[in-house]
Write a protein that binds this ligand. Structure first.
Ligand code: CTP
Ligand code: CA
Length: 230
């Protein structure tokens, strides 16, 4: 809500936000990456600071200035992000919001030396292995009083895929947005629907600044937090 900035309804709370996109190294100079800019995660961090929260921002490969008042932990890979997010979640976090685009797969073998091409020989295929699913891990652990929020990037069947993902991940809220080359990445605005595991009606957020979506997400989180001091 636009009132959030001066309501400070997150005062005394610790919130953890992940942002950006992980990079999965192939060799010392190359990686597999994705198009996440980190803008939505940074908007979440800024709005949470404005609402009075202590904020830990776990940032993967973003080219954005640190939000004032947040503690920023920079990471590169999904494995790094997992360690940083779980550590921050265990540090008395009231909410964890996974806005980062975490690579589903990483190269099976990391080469210590730069991969070279051999004249006349084709490239070797890159074998991939699956990364840990941080959000599913957060959702599967006992988290009394901790609100877990995921994002879902879908290119089609947005609602049906979102509902299935909400159930699969075991999170409390899932922010579903439609992605495409120009729809979301690197843009200052976003449009989404927020699904809840508790059966309450989906909240449709019209296209607008990423701060507006962030404030709606914090409204939904705040409504699910136990009263302070409990
Ligand atoms: N996520 C995560 N760890 C992963 C992959 C995803 O924590 N290894 C989180 C993302 O940060 C996001 C949510 O899970 O909050 C959903 O990510 P998404 O890519 O939409 O879902 P996946 O479960 O990876 O399914 P798929 O990519 O196959 O649609
Ligand atoms: Ca994925």
């Amino acid at each position: 809500s636009p009132w959030g900035a001066w309501e400070r309804d997150l005062a005394g709370r610790h919130v953890v936000v992940s942002a950006g996109g992980t990079r999965e190294a192939l060799d010392p100079v190359r990686f597999l990456g994705n198009r996440s800019s980190g803008l939505q995660g940074y908007a979440l961090a800024r709005t949470a600071v404005a609402r009075g929260a202590r904020v830990t921002l776990v940032a993967a490969n973003v080219a954005l200035p640190d939000p004032a008042g947040a503690r920023v932990v920079r990471v590169e890979s999904a494995e790094d992000m997992r360690k940083a997010v779980l550590a921050a979640a265990d540090d008395g976090a009231d909410a964890v919001v996974m806005a980062a685009a975490v690579a589903d797969f990483r190269p099976a073998d990391y080469r210590d030396a730069k991969i070279k091409k051999t004249p006349g020989e084709g490239p070797e295929p890159i074998r991939l292995v699956q990364n840990p699913d941080i959000l599913a891990e957060l959702g599967a652990r006992p988290h009394p009083g901790q609100v877990i929020v995921g994002f879902a990037a879908e290119t089609h069947d947005v609602l049906a895929n979102g509902r299935a993902k909400l159930a699969r991940k075991g999170c409390d809220l899932l922010v579903v947005n439609q992605v495409g080359a120009e729809l979301t990445f690197g843009r200052p605005d976003n449009e989404a629907v927020v699904l809840a595991a508790d059966g309450s009606a989906p909240v449709q957020v019209p296209r607008g600044p990423k701060e507006d979506l962030a404030d709606v997400i914090w409204d939904q989180v705040a409504a699910r937090l136990a009263p302070p001091g409990v």
